[in-house]
Design a protein around this ligand. Sequence first.
Ligand code: HEC
Ligand SMILES: [Cu+2]
Length: 367
Amino acid sequence: MIIASWMPFLPDEASSVSAEVDALYTYLVIITIFFSTLIFVSIVYFAIKYRRRSKNEIPAKINESKALEITWTVIPFLLAMTMFVWGSSLYFKEYYIPKNAEDIYVVAKQWMWKFQHPEGQREINELHIPVGRKIKLIMASEDVIHSFFVPAFRLKEDVVPGPKRYSMLSFEATRPGRYHLFCAEYCGTNHAGMIGWVNVMRPEEYESWLSGGAAEGSMAASGEKMFQDLGCVTCHRADAQGRGPVLQGLFGKTQTLANGETVIADENYIRESILDPQAKVVSNFQPIMPNFKGQISEEQLLQLVAYIKSLGGPGATASTLSNPGGEMSSPQMNQSSGAPNTSAPQSNAVKSTPSTERSAPNESRPK
Ligand code: HEC
Ligand SMILES: [Cu+2]
């Protein structure tokens, strides 16, 4: 707060890390100014004071001083270490992804930012978030490398295409307002136009904005529909009778693979399991899952991820599990899971099992 007001050209400070980034930045600037001045003034002073006065003047022999050598090694070393320790601890603070953050899904493409909230709302080049709550962005690129940059939050994260992983970024906005969003990685002709706004709203405003209509229902509901349309449900059955593993309770679990290694079933693992199923085969299962690369868009993939998260597991949070508004695809589901449930994730996971089973025959009635 304080620093941005007296340092010219700095954008607003609007996230929980902005002030500390500015403090570190100011510290670096002050140290740089101090030493630059010291060096330049000394050069000029010594150049004049010790200038050669006559043609055959020979300088006196200088004996090295250990004490002096040690001093001018140790002091800069300690100074550099303060920058390193402060900088790296702040870096970890900025890029740490907390478990209890609220998800928002992002797809970057030439040349726009697309957002989807778990509740279903879609936005382009505008992002609405609540103030004072931890947000987690799960970001994918449909084409080239882009970079999500909100100067007022002092945060930037590259969004890299490819089957392996999502880019993630977490932050907490501290001041309501409207802040610039940029793409900070040159991404083609209209890179300069890949800009937008982050709207930080008071919680009540945000809730009413959220309830202002998601035509297609929640992301988990769209994901569930795709899960049936793409035939995933034939192999991944909740009753363990399918040829693939049960996905209920998967999210956040430690999964054992056929080669004996273990992996945490996070968003990246789910993504890779769909795009490149052979990369990590679950132990005791055959590598028979077809490859869905090229068949689903990044947006659809994110919906599948949101759906699999909504099936619960140790990593699922209240925000991933809730089905606000009960907009799930089948009327039965409203009754079974529409009631707000704030108890432990396990009980949610158990609850969602029967409802998915029940909605399956409803959606994809084979005969
Ligand atoms: C032909 C049957 C089949 C189909 C269709 C299928 N899967 Fe799979 N899936 C499997 C099998 C078998 C495994 C376990 C072996 C492996 O990891 O490749 C698996 C593994 C997975 C995993 C990792 C599960 C775990 O417990 O770690 C996920 C996630 C997954 N599938 C999602 C999907 C999605 C989403 C679809 C639809 C787009 C789908 N699968 C379609 C058979 C299938
Ligand atoms: Cu871009």
